[in-house]
Design a binder for this molecule. Sequence first.
Ligand code: PLP
Length: 395
Amino acid sequence: MKLAKSVERLKSSPTIAAGEEVRGLLAKGKDVVRFDIGEPDFDTPEHIKMAGIEAIQKGFTHYTSARGIPELRDALIDDQKKKGIGLSSSNTVFYPGSKIALYSVLALLLDPGDEIIMQDPVWPTYGSIVEYFGGVSVAINDWNDNNPRTTFSPHEFERRITSKTKAVLINSPCNPTGAIVPESKIEELAQICRSKQVPLILDRIYSALTYNGEDKVPDFDIEGGDIIIISGFSKEYAMTGWRLGYTIAPKKFTDILVQLQDNTTSCPSSFVQYAAVAALRGERDWQKKMNKEYQDRRDAMVSEINKIPGWKCASPQGAFYCFPFISNVGDSGSFSSKLLSECSVSSVAGKFFGMHGENHLRLSYTTSKERVLEGMKRITEFYETRWHRPQKSLQ
Ligand SMILES: Cc1ncc(COP(=O)(O)O)c(C=O)c1O
């Protein structure tokens, strides 16, 4: 079999690979504290599950439009309106997860050699998809280990826009740093992108998971500018396994996305779309409780990290990851592997998160506070007694 040249550029996802390894250890009965995983440990709320079950029972088990069932489109329009985003039903496409939404958007934009400008540290999937299409990621460092607020500079992005730039891609709150790009900076960047006629893609998958105020975007009229929003139900509604994501984009672009979708996945599962209507229209008290719990775990994790000599972690403003600076560990990949093999704590090595990711670890607080404390105890003990001290004595 002779494979396509593009396969040579295909990379595995380091976050998924970490998860696979841990699942193997858990199956063997290992007591692993999981800090690798990028999904809520909370169960999907009951009213959402029931809506999905009812939809199956009522026979909503057939193909739908890629644009989503009308009830879902209407519910999303109302939900986005509350967030200041004006759209109509001609601006939506729904997919089996927001990853394929991102893939579809980049598929429509990229020819070999084209550039996508993005933040750094960055979720590795962006670069992998861009490279798979023969594109080039242009990374802009917007992270300072001492400051939970990103050092994001719209003018730095402006400086890097060239004739090869096909889009600027922003993730806020950010995976892996948890940093939020302030509304005023998004506004400034949107204006820059508009003047340069470069689309601005906003990945808002973590937008509901914030702890110190909201993740706000300026009032956007989707039809009036080249703004593409990518998001989904995985993190906000604890629905990772249901697989539902969406794009919100100008009609012209949406129509082509629909064409692509018609030739690929057709549509996401019909009954999942009904469950999603219940998610969007249902009460949100459970979400406040979930965020409060994440916040408690975050505070516990940050406090324990900062007790480790030489380690540093600013308190993340959103998402569910800490991205501490870890000193004296050498290669973050070897350190992360050692943490797993020697003290059964899983993590993802910082080096996978862009050019500025090395010397960091991505630690998810998607496990109970007790487990967060247990995991941090194991890491501290390992670093101080089995890793750090031997290194020091060699100096
Ligand atoms: C920044 C970011 N965007 C998109 C996704 C994809 O989410 P899903 O495909 O589950 O909707 C993830 C998942 O981890 C993510 O971290």
